[in-house]
Write a protein that binds this ligand. Sequence first.
Ligand code: 5GP
Ligand code: MG
Length: 183
Amino acid sequence: MDQQDLGTDIEKVLVAEAQIKHRLTELAADIDRDYAGEDLLIVGVLKGAVMVMADLARALHSPVRMDWMAVSSYGSGTKSSGVVRILKDLDTDLKDQHVLIVEDIIDSGLTLSWLLANLKSRGAASVEICTMLRKPEAAKVEIDVRYVGFEVPNEFVVGYGLDYAEKYRNVPFVATLAPHVYS
Ligand code: 5GP
Ligand code: MG
C-alpha cells in the first residue's frame, strides 16, 4: 500500500516507510548489543505493536521469543485513564526473564507505566521498553524508555499499526489524516 492508494485521506506523512526501516535496523543493532549472550523475550502490546514487532524481530540477529498482551484502558474518551484491564495475558512465565516491551506509541505513558509495574511484579530479571513513536506528553511521566524510534508532535497519527476506528493500521508509514476523514 502507498499514499496513492489512500486518495485524499492522508494529510501529512510524518515518518516515511524508508525512515522506519532504517531506524529499525539501528534499534535492532542496539538491542542485539545490549542483550548479547542473554535470552530475550519481546512482548508486543496488541494491536498497535503488530507491525513494529514483526519488523523489529526480523531485524534482530539473535533468536528471541515473542509473546503478546492485549490491554484496555478504563474510562471513555480519547485520553487513557491509567487504569488498565488485561484482555489477553502472556503465555510466558516471566520469572528471571529479560523482557522488552514493544509499543507502537507512547502518548500520556499511563498505559505503559501500569504495564511496566505489572510485568516487573512477576519476577522478571529486567523489563525495558522499546517504542516506535513517542509524543511530547510522555516526557511528563517518570518512565525510562530505553529505545525510541521517532519523536512525533502532539497530533493524532495513523499507520504502521496505529488505527483510526480500526482502519489504517496497514498503512506502511506514519501520517496524519485529512479532516474530512473524521467528519
Ligand atoms: P497512553 O500512552 O496515553 O497511555 O496511551 C497510548 C496508547 O494510546 C497507544 O498505545 C495507542 O493505542 C493510543 N494512541 C496514543 N496516541 C495515538 C495516536 O496519535 N494515534 C493512534 N492511532 N493511537 C494513539
Ligand atoms: Mg498501544
